[in-house]
Ligand binder design. Structure first.
Ligand SMILES: [Zn+2]
Length: 74
């Protein structure tokens, strides 16, 4: 029970206090695409355009999977 409370606390406060930031330039990321079926989301850096792929793990936390340069998308 204590672990459930702890993870819930982390989810509630983690999202409010600090947003996701770019691994390259530390600029805030904007949501580019979310796939709720696959529990995946894609964020894009507002400054350098770097794509950040996140996947939700079994406790419902978003984890960074990979970072892709915009050039490689095309
Ligand atoms: Zn960036």
């Amino acid at each position: 029970m204590a672990e459930v409370g702890k993870s819930l606390h982390g989810t509630l406060f983690g999202q409010k206090t600090k947003g996701n930031k770019c691994k390259s330039c530390d600029y805030p990321l904007e949501i580019y695409e979310i796939d709720f079926r696959k529990n995946k989301k894609m964020l894009k850096c507002q400054r350098c355009g770097l794509y950040h792929y996140y996947k939700k793990d079994f406790v419902g936390k978003w984890k960074l999977q990979k970072v892709v340069k915009p050039d490689l998308q095309r």
